[in-house]
Design a protein around this ligand. Structure first.
Ligand code: UN1
Length: 480
């Protein structure tokens, strides 16, 4: 039986009358059948959200927080089961599947507690007997469009701040992971999110995503995904408030004084964790010439130890689908012309791909510039910290960056000069925590930060309020 859409608190079929299936990328087994939503479903979801918003926005924020705490509790209770759902539907290794759920728990708890802060400012007035302050107000109805690589965590990053701020949501998950999205929405409903406040419309980007982006009844869009789609969102959302988290080409710099064993652990995790399918994945290593040889020897050894297979059993799971395999294959062919294939390079049966490393890559090579979203790492060799930073900054993206060094001067220079929203010292490019802002510079987005205190800003706006208790007309700038 096909799963349904969730609109206005009811599980309903799509007006399209069509469905699609979600497949386990490791085993080829069917996860489930889901509704292929269309613009009519989006219209109904927006109507339900607008109606529910009227009441939800007036529910005191600590009360909204109670519901989010309950959602966190239910996620905890179901963590094991949901972690396996993540592994089965998108392929990542089970400890990462559980981490995906943990990140959702963390962000629900964090944002739930924001319900008792939600601070504005108070300040002085230039007039006597007058009070001035700012308060935060919700945006209205938000369209949330999420990717498959963190199928529970990224929807949670958006839903938790969206809800605590008093907005209603129309949520469209990636078509590779509708099952995880459904699980999350069921938990929100069970936790007490009122009917219509969160509406789920599954289906394609063309038939569901685009109508959400263009809908006049939607006030804001929060999108995480590819740069191409991000550009479409920016061009089609009109005057909606838009938050974009797009790609990355994240570098790890390894200096001559680095702890090489530590660096190798970080590179392997950064490059091949989630099979390279993170916007924060390390896809470039920029190594100082002095340690190139020993680093490569260690990397070869460590890569050789990785097991590839179904995420319940192996270190490196599959790519999400056949299109991702084809894309990775194509980049490996490009890489063979641009650098030296050092290890891996082969697609295996099913959706699996060997962890792949290219050496002697030029900073301008396509495999060093374009986001592959697969287990492909480009190694670039440099002669100084200055050159390393110039190379690190030489892509259009700027999400996360890392440096391995024992020198405090190099570390602080990197923090100052790396063009990235997130910089790690002696840690890989992945590992963001939910109470700190997450996001990037340059083509990684449009400046929005998710999670942390800034995550609330994406989903609320500031209202300025003046209270004049003088009992007479006072004119700003004009009265003496
Ligand atoms: C993403 O790569 O799409 O820091 C999000 C990390 C995770 C979030 C990544 N906590 O890698």
């Amino acid at each position: 039986m096909a799963e349904k859409l969730f609109i206005g608190g009811k599980w309903v079929k799509s007006k399209s009358g069509k469905t699609f299936t979600s497949i386990n990328p490791a085993t080829g087994g069917t996860i489930g059948t889901f509704q292929s939503g269309n613009s009519k479903d989006v219209g109904l979801a927006v109507r339900a959200a607008r109606k529910a918003y009227k009441k939800w926005r007036l529910t005191p924020a600590p009360g909204r927080g109670e519901i989010l705490f309950e959602a966190a509790r239910l996620l905890k209770k179901n963590k094991k089961r949901l972690g396996k759902c993540v592994t089965d539907e998108m392929g990542k290794q089970i400890s990462e599947g559980l981490g995906d759920v943990q990140e959702a728990i963390d962000v629900f708890e964090y944002m739930a507690a924001e319900g008792r802060r939600f601070f504005g400012h108070t300040t002085t007035s230039e007039s006597p007997d007058k009070f001035a302050m700012t308060v935060r107000v919700p945006l209205g109805v938000c369209g949330l469009i999420t990717p498959w690589n963190f199928p529970i965590a990224i929807p949670a990053w958006k839903l938790a701040p969206c809800l605590i701020a008093g907005n209603a949501a129309v949520f469209k998950p990636a078509s590779d992971t509708p099952g995880c999205a459904l699980e999350l929405v069921k938990i929100l409903s069970e936790a007490g999110v009122p009917d219509g406040v969160v509406n789920l419309v599954t289906g394609s980007g063309r038939n569901v995503g685009a109508p959400i982006v263009r809908h006049k009844g939607i006030d804001a869009i929060s999108f995480t995904g590819s740069r191409e789609v991000g550009e479409f969102v920016a061009a089609n959302a009109g005057l909606k408030k838009v938050g974009l988290e797009l790609g990355g080409k994240n570098p790890i710099i390894v200096m001559g004084d680095a702890d090489l064993d530590l660096a190798v652990d970080g590179i392997i995790w950064g490059a091949f964790g989630t099979t390279g399918q993170r916007c924060t994945a390390a896809s470039r290593v920029i190594v100082h010439k002095a340690v190139e040889k020993p680093l490569l020897a260690r990397l070869l050894r460590a890569t050789g130890k990785l097991t590839i297979g179904y995420g319940m059993k192996a270190d490196v799971g599959p790519l999400v689908n056949q299109a991702a395999v084809e894309k990775t294959k194509a980049y490996v062919e490009i890489g063979k012309k641009e650098g030296k294939l050092f290890c891996g390079g082969n697609a295996l049966e099913g959706n699996f791909f060997e962890p792949t490393i290219f050496t002697k890559v030029k900073p301008s090579a396509r495999i060093a510039q374009e986001e592959i979203f697969g287990p492909v790492l480009a190694i670039i060799t440099v002669k100084s910290l200055g050159e390393a930073i110039t190379v690190a900054n030489s892509t259009s993206y700027g999400l996360s960056a890392a440096i391995y060094t024992r020198d405090v001067n190099s570390a602080f220079t990197a923090i100052r000069d790396l063009e990235a929203g997130i910089t790690y010292i002696n840690a890989p490019t992945i590992g963001a925590e939910v109470h700190l802002p997450f996001g990037g510079v340059k083509a990684t987005g449009n400046g929005t930060r998710e999670a942390g205190i800034l995550g609330l800003e994406e989903f609320s706006e500031v209202k300025t309020a003046y209270v004049d208790y003088s009992g007479k007309l006072q004119k700003a700038q004009i009265d003496e």
